[in-house]
Structure formats: structure tokens, C-alpha cells
Design a protein around this ligand. Structure first.
Ligand SMILES: [Zn+2]
Length: 456
């Protein structure tokens, strides 16, 4: 198959570098990347490649752009696009007021199918080529998401939400149904192409002990599945969980008791962990999904990234849409920086990009396939172009090195600077494409009285 060649500035993280993300950062001022049959075939300094006899005359030449690897979102909810930016609640009230009503709409298969297509397009337009995704408790919503992801060829992990208490009746399944529906989805989709399955109890508080046992049984029956859930997001949630599981020593223990704790476990949030919980997560090799946009938006708290680093806990960056307010990981990085500043830890650009690329790939055990631009990896590639935005263009004129440039992208950037997204070597998404697909909306609001008008 014909090799595509792209000559540009290129930045990524080397596989072989040990130590900090900063030392693993590799930058080519004038680089060339080649890909064919969905995989990267070449990554080299362009002049050196020419000296070695490679003809670059047919390469697309984009010296003003910056090529990097596709972003990975370690925690996002496909059915929650409709509640992004909803006003005024913290976690538990947020779930009842916004999340559950939104997920109830997915009983309608057409709603579910259309949302899955739009969600995948929106991810790709935001530069996210791989994600770990919650659907709803309706099995067909997971089916639709896998179908939509398969059409694009993207690498995606997802799972049907398990929830059999403390939510509206129509969203509840049972332990038996959880086992049956999850098993059917696993048999059909896990390991098919680039797709994988994650056992997905929403969190301890919405599953009975019997259902958490079922989740543990699935992980024992299929040892290469992932587990994704929420942990220690909000102080009221932690107190409520303790009241539901008086036998558990702490929040993490509600998962440990049912075999839901291991190196393929991804826990979203982990803001208020005890020292003991951090040590046990580190010992198991489990991963924390850091969701700064969501944590700030819901007022949940500030993740202590430096503490997690000191425990050698893998941390992957995540949007947590719909509580997060953007699907773009550049925005997550910018919010992560602010969270860390408030903890007196000035998060560097290399570490932020690492948590959304190679670091996330390693945390999710996907580094053989994705995470950087090393030859042999799957060709999930972004073409960033800060010149598309006047303010960014002005800022870039004053950057003195690649770290400053990356920091400008994460502080000021969003999907508007993602000019092109390649999935397995094929152009898969850009903002213009998603704009064309989204239906025009002409809101008509009912008159409101003054009290209601207090809400924005
Ligand atoms: Zn979440």
C-alpha cells in the first residue's frame, strides 16, 4: 500500500525514554512521518531521511503546523452531551437533576444511535482518537457506540453501565441482567478490531452487593477486560457510600471486597483519597483518571497530582463530559494546570501532554498500539495549527521553544487548532465536519418569572 508522507514540525514522547515525560519529549524542527496500512512506517528528521535517499518531493509540506499523536480520553460519558454546562448542582444532585433524565432518553433506540454517531464525530473533531467510555444501562446504547466507533476504525473501550439501585426505576437493571447483557456485549465486541470492553458499575452507591459480585465475576471470567468506575469524587458521595457499605473500611474497599481492584482498573476522580487508599491503588497498579474540568465545574475538589506521582500511581487525563465542559483534551490540560497551581504544583506542558497520550496509553495497557508516533504504532495522528486563531498566532510568535508552544496550546487552545485528525492513517475528523453534521438549533424559551431568572 502507498505510504503517506507528511513533512512538518513533529513532537511526541519516545517509547524508550526513562524517567520524566520531559526527558521523553522528542521534537523534530523539520521532521517527516510516514504511514501506510494504518500504521506508522517512518519518523525521522527530514534532512537525514533525504540524505539516506528518501524522496520527499511527494510529501505534504506543512512547516507551520505541528504533528503529534492523537489524544486519549480516559473517562467520558457518551450519553451526557446534552447536559454539558448545566447549572448549579454538585455531584449527587447533578446526577438526579441532569444525568439520569438525560440517560433515560436512551431507552429510545433512535436517540441512542444518533447520539453515538455524533459523539464519535465530536471526539475525533476534538483530536481524541481513543477513549474509555461510559454508555448507559441500556445495552443497546453500548452496541450503538461500538458500531459507530467501528465505522471510523478508532481504538475505543466502552461498557454498559451497571446500576441496580438509587436511580430512576427505568434506568435500573438487575444482577442477572447485568451479567447476561454484559456477557453478550463482551462476546461480540471485546477484541473485535480496535475495540475493547470495560466492566462499568457507575459507582458503588448505585449497585447492590449482588451486582458488584457480578462485576467481579465478569472480570474473573474475562481477565483482559478493564474495569471503569468512579471513586472518591465528592465528600457527600463518600459519606453516603460509607453509610451504604458499613462493612467496608473505606470507599476503595467497596470495590476491593468484590474483586474490582487491579492493574486494569481505572478510577475516575480520586480527589479525596486517604494515604491508605493511595498506597493500595499504587500496589495494585490501578489508574487514576484525572478529570479537572469536571472537578472544577461540580466543585468536587482538587486532585493532588503530586501526591499520586509520589506514590507512582499512573494518571491519565480525562474530560468527564458531561460534567466536564469540553471534549477537547487541550482544555482538560489547561484546567489541570489550574488545579495543580492551587496545589502549588506547576504542571509542565510535557507532563500534561504525556497524561493525554503515551502516559494514558501506558495506564490503559495500550502502549503497544498507541500513545506516540513510533514506527509500528497505529497511525492515530493530529495536525495542530495554531495559526488558525489570531490570538494563538500572536502568542506563538513569541514562543522560544517547543515547551512554550505546547503550553500555549494547553492554556489557550481548543479544537479550533486541531486542523486534522487521522485514525489508523485515514483522515477522520475536523471541526468543519462536525459543524456540518450538527443540526441547526433555534431555541424558543418560555417566559420565566424573576425567581427562575436567577439561573443564568
Ligand atoms: Zn464520570
Amino acid at each position: 500500500m502507498k505510504q503517506t508522507l507528511l513533512r512538518s514540525r513533529i513532537v511526541h514522547f519516545r517509547d524508550d525514554a526513562v524517567g520524566s515525560p520531559d526527558s521523553a519529549l522528542e521534537y523534530f524542527e523539520d521532521g517527516v512521518i510516514g504511514f501506510a496500512d494504518g500504521r506508522i512506517t517512518l519518523l525521522e528528521d527530514a534532512r537525514r531521511a533525504e540524505k539516506q535517499g528518501l524522496d520527499l518531493s511527494a510529501a505534504e509540506h506543512r512547516p507551520e503546523a505541528l504533528v503529534t499523536s492523537g489524544f486519549i480520553d480516559a473517562h467520558v460519558h457518551a450519553p451526557q452531551l446534552a447536559v454539558m454546562g448545566s447549572y448549579g448542582e454538585k455531584l449527587l444532585d447533578w446526577l438526579h437533576k441532569y444525568t439520569f433524565p438525560a440517560e433515560l432518553q436512551f431507552a429510545d433506540e433512535e436517540v441512542s444511535r444518533q447520539n453515538a454517531e455524533f459523539f464519535i464525530d465530536a471526539l475525533l473533531a476534538c483530536g481524541t482518537t481513543s477513549a474509555m467510555v461510559f454508555t448507559t444501562s441500556f445495552a443497546h446504547s453500548t452496541e450503538h457506540l461500538f458500531q459507530a466507533a467501528e465505522r471510523t476504525g478508532m481504538r475505543l473501550i466502552a461498557g454498559k453501565v451497571l446500576m441496580d439501585r438509587n436511580a430512576p426505576d427505568a434506568l435500573l437493571d438487575t444482577p442477572e441482567r447485568a451479567l447476561r447483557e454484559s456477557s453478550t456485549l463482551i462476546e461480540k465486541w471485546h477484541g473485535r478490531g480496535r475495540l475493547g470492553y470495560a466492566v462499568t458499575p457507575r459507582f458503588a452507591g448505585t449497585s447492590s452487593r449482588a451486582q458488584l459480585s457480578v462485576a467481579g465475576q465478569l472480570l474473573r471470567d474475562y481477565p483482559d477486560l478493564w474495569l471503569q468506575t468512579h471513586l472518591s469524587e465528592n465528600l457527600d458521595e463518600i459519606a453516603w457510600t460509607a453509610s451504604l457499605f458499613p462493612e467496608a473500611s473505606d470507599y476503595l474497599n467497596t470495590y476491593e471486597l468484590y474483586g474490582l481492584h487491579g492493574e486494569r482498573s481505572i478510577y475516575a476522580h480520586c480527589i479525596h483519597l486517604s494515604e491508605s487508599e493511595q498506597s493500595r491503588i499504587a500496589y495494585a497498579g490501578a489508574t487514576v483518571a484525572f478529570c479537572p474540568s469536571s472537578n472544577l465545574f461540580l466543585g468536587s475538589g482538587l486532585l493532588k497530582l503530586q501526591q499520586l506521582r509520589e506514590h507512582n500511581i499512573p494518571v491519565a487525563l480525562a474530560t468527564d463530559v458531561g460534567a466536564g465542559t469540553s471534549l477537547c483534551q487541550l482544555r482538560s490540560m489547561g484546567e489541570a494546570y489550574k488545579v495543580c497551581q492551587l496545589g502549588d504544583y506547576p504542571l509542565g506542558a510535557a507532563e500534561a501532554f504525556y497524561m493525554a497520550t503515551l502516559g494514558a496509553a501506558r495506564a490503559l495497557h495500550q502502549e503497544k498500539h498507541i500513545g506516540n508516533l513510533a514506527p509500528g504504532k497505529e497511525a492515530d495522528i493530529l495536525l495542530l495549527n495554531g495559526n488558525r486563531e489570531p490570538l494563538m498566532r500572536e502568542r506563538l510568535r513569541h514562543c522560544r521553544d517547543i515547551r512554550e508552544e505546547l503550553f500555549a496550546y494547553m492554556s489557550m487552545g481548543d479544537e479550533r487548532i486541531i486542523e486534522r485528525t487521522y485514525v489508523a492513517g485515514k483522515v477522520a475528523g475536523n471541526v468543519a465536519g462536525i459543524k456540518a453534521k450538527s443540526a441547526t438549533c433555534s431555541p424558543r424559551y418560555a417566559p420565566q418569572n424573576h425567581e427562575r431568572a436567577l439561573t443564568p
